[in-house]
Design a protein around this ligand. Structure first.
Ligand code: ATP
Ligand code: MG
Length: 404
């Protein structure tokens, strides 16, 4: 598991602030949900045959013999909370969350065991305009971060009306090639055959070149919906490509599935992924409720941003003199903080040592207090960028630091 230290957290905060602003524009509201949930919730929603549930969950039995686990994703918990709060008649909910998720996978760049997701869930809307808007919001988020060389890939996974026939078609096709596929694919043929399509093995991809694709087997309603999503994206000038091989690892998706992908992170190139999950609320015990959402990996997004430094303090207070000077300087530091100025106190003593601290912390100003200044009810304010220095009352110094 990974420790977020100040410089890296600065990048995370930048991503979070950008996301919050985008969510505000689309009128999504923040929810903060538990990281510990009943294990059964994920088995029922994400699906037993998925990597997440079969291999990656941190689950345990607690002191009350309850089977619980650290949440591996956010959607299941959001649906649970939506149902538990009795919001199914609220006429729609637009939620977002930012928080840690846990998956016990092999750690590598862009793949951590505790990572953070920024996610959104929209309950109660089935129309293709909603899909287009959620996709637009995702795209505008990565654009607002200034990320380059990304592409939005979309697909339709059909619905319970058209998927079973396609699935059978695919199974027939796969049965003929079973002996040529990798071990993972062979297990997936039995558990989750659509996932065979996104096998990362080049040999398998070669074998599967002419595999039947869901987009060519959609029922009329799904086909119209998928066309509507594409038209919506065109209307909003959002560039996208249809990738019929996007299947998503989770069981609960239907119709629109999408990913935003970069080539800069190798195999860990999916920075954001999501889709429609119209059956999930019902399968967790609620009334039939259409829904669509996505989640972005915060660390992966941050990896694509330029280095950032944790913010430096504005001012270092330097004291040179007896105990009275030191005490007055502490009160000055306090006054600066009360005025909203980020301030450190260098601790008094030798001037050389104190200036060393100021330089190391890269402060914008030093506020220097000596015996003479104390008597004159003034301070010395030094601009550390220009080297300029002024003798002036504390209140004037504060105005100057504030830039007026
Ligand atoms: P992958 O194909 O990379 O395993 P996934 O299908 O498991 O992704 P999702 O469950 O869709 O991923 O999660 C959404 C996003 O969360 C991913 O696109 C990625 O950016 C991020 N993510 C998923 N797993 C991890 C992880 N272990 N470490 C860091 N980020 C992750
Ligand atoms: Mg994964």
């Amino acid at each position: 598991m990974h420790d977020g230290l100040p410089n890296e957290v600065s990048r995370w905060q930048h991503v979070e602030a950008t996301a919050r602003e985008m969510f505000r524009r689309y009128a999504f509201n923040e929810v903060r949900l538990p990281v510990l949930e009943p294990t059964a919730l994920f088995v029922r929603s994400v699906g037993e045959a998925t990597d997440i549930v079969s291999k990656e969950m941190y689950h345990f039995v607690d002191q009350g013999d309850e089977h619980v686990c650290l949440r591996p994703e956010g959607t299941a918990g959001a649906v649970r909370a939506y149902l538990q709060a009795g919001l199914t008649r609220s006429g729609g909910q637009r939620w977002f969350y930012i928080g840690p998720m846990f998956r016990r996978e092999r750690p590598q760049k862009g793949r951590l065991r505790q990572f953070q997701q920024i996610g959104a869930e929209c309950f109660g809307r089935a129309d293709c305009q909603t899909d287009a808007e959620v996709l637009a919001m995702s795209w505008q988020l990565v654009q607002a971060l200034g990320l380059q060389q990304l592409r939005l890939e979309i697909n339709s996974l059909g619905c319970p009306a058209c998927r079973p026939a396609y699935r059978q078609h695919l199974l027939n096709y796969l049965a003929q090639r079973r002996h040529t596929l990798c071990d993972t694919c062979i297990t997936r043929i039995d558990s989750n055959p659509m996932r065979v399509l996104d096998c990362k093995e080049a040999d398998c991809q070669q074998q599967l070149q002419d595999a039947p694709e869901m987009v060519n087997h959609l029922c009329q309603a799904c086909d119209e919906h998928f066309n509507g999503v594409q038209q919506g994206l065109q209307t909003l000038d959002i560039p996208f490509v249809v990738n019929p091989r996007i299947v998503r690892g989770l069981d609960y998706y239907n119709r629109t599935a999408f990913e935003i992908i970069t080539d800069q992170l190798g195999a860990q190139g999916t920075v954001l992924a999501g889709g429609r999950y119209d059956g999930l609320v019902e399968s967790l015990g609620g009334p039939a409720t259409p829904a669509i959402g996505f989640a972005a990996g915060l660390e992966r997004l941050a990896l694509l941003l330029p280095e950032m430094q944790a913010k430096s303090p504005d001012v270092c207070v330097i004291a040179s003199g007896d105990a009275a000077v030191l005490q007055a300087s502490m009160r000055h530091a306090d006054a600066l903080r009360q005025q909203g100025i980020a301030t450190i106190h260098a601790g008094g003593g030798g001037m050389k040592r104190q200036f060393k601290i100021a330089n190391r912390e890269a402060v914008a100003y030093c506020l220097i207090l000596g015996t003479d200044e104390l008597t004159a009810e003034q301070v010395q304010l030094k601009d550390m960028n220009t080297g300029e220095q002024w003798a002036l009352p504390l209140s004037e110094a504060i105005k100057r630091i504030h830039g007026n």
